[in-house]
Design a binder for this molecule. Structure first.
Ligand SMILES: Nc1ncnc2c1ncn2[C@@H]1O[C@H](COP(=O)(O)OP(=O)(O)O)[C@@H](O)[C@H]1O
Ligand SMILES: [Mg+2]
Length: 271
């Protein structure tokens, strides 16, 4: 029997809103699926933008990641297919806003997602999808939802918007990751920092890129995601930008990012 490829859990985290977490979850996920990976996007943001951007209508979300976190459903029970072959999503609903309160007294409250992923893997039937990548889209805060994601993760992908305050807040995120690594998830690593919404006409943006590279070194992916109107239009059509306009600069950048992510994974596995 050939050895099964292990599922890699990557978490998109940054406590700042509007930096490209959801956009990167959707489009990195789509690009990985296009390259042949079997991908699950887990939507842990009550806003549910990843679910909407993948064409999952709110009215059809009868079960969601909320039900998984409170222990009412298994993860695979809430997984839905998308228009992209090999790309699945576990959608979220606004119910997630209440989850923190509901599970705060549980001893395993930080491990709800980790344990649900582990059960999905160990109970997998031959017909079930075998996810090679799980991408978790986090809310813009370092709350219990994000802690659940970090506790379940192999690695963190940090989207950083190319703007003046980009580095502000990064050290807070890094120290949270470090705390989670020390107390909850010893194997947790930073996969990389992805610079998003780069605008070449803005001279400040190049300076930000240089600063972040100086601060984070080779943790920063070579691929920089350009600001591209097609990227921002796609979600209103319920489509990843790769389906909406494959040729646009945004789509091409996410394809490049996906191959970089896979290369880093191979290096990590070989190490
Ligand atoms: N590369 C890009 N080019 C243009 N607009 C973008 C790009 N990436 C993200 N956006 C837009 O910026 C906004 C914030 O992005 P989003 O991914 O929702 O951030 P977050 O999940 O971190 O809050 C959204 O309206 C999104 O469409
Ligand atoms: Mg988001």
């Amino acid at each position: 029997m050939t050895k099964e490829v292990q599922t890699r859990v990557l978490v998109l985290a940054n406590q700042k809103g509007g930096v490209g977490k959801t956009t990167t979850a959707i489009n990195l996920g789509t690009a990985l699926a296009a390259i042949g990976e079997e991908v699950l996007i887990i939507d842990l943001d009550p806003q549910g933008n990843a679910s909407t951007g993948l064409g999952i209508d709110r009215r059809t979300r009868t079960v969601s990641t909320y039900d998984v976190l409170i222990g009412e459903r298994e993860l695979l029970d809430v997984v839905l297919p998308t228009a992209v072959p090999r790309l699945h999503v576990a959608p979220s609903t606004l119910d997630l806003l209440g989850v923190e309160l509901e599970i705060s007294s549980h001893k395993d409250r930080t491990f709800k997602l980790r344990d649900a992923i582990a059960r999905m893997s160990s109970n997998r039937h031959p017909d079930d999808p075998h996810f090679t990548y799980i991408l978790v889209d986090c809310p813009p805060s370092l709350n219990l939802l994000t802690i659940n994601a970090l506790s379940a993760a192999n690695s963190v992908v940090v989207p950083l918007q190319c703007e003046f305050f980009a580095l502000e807040g990064l050290s807070q995120l890094l120290s949270t990751v470090e705390q989670v690594r020390k107390s909850l998830n010893p194997g947790l690593t930073i996969h990389g920092v992805v610079l998003t919404m780069f605008d070449a006409r803005n001279s400040l943006a190049s300076q930000v890129v240089a600063d972040v590279r100086e601060f984070m070194g080779d943790k920063v992916y070579d691929t920089v995601i350009p600001r591209n109107v097609r990227v921002s239009e796609a979600p209103s059509h319920g489509k990843p930008v790769l389906l909406y306009d494959l040729k646009c600069t945004g789509s091409q950048a996410y394809l490049k990012l996906a191959s970089e992510v896979i290369q880093r994974e191979h290096r990590l596995r070989a190490a």
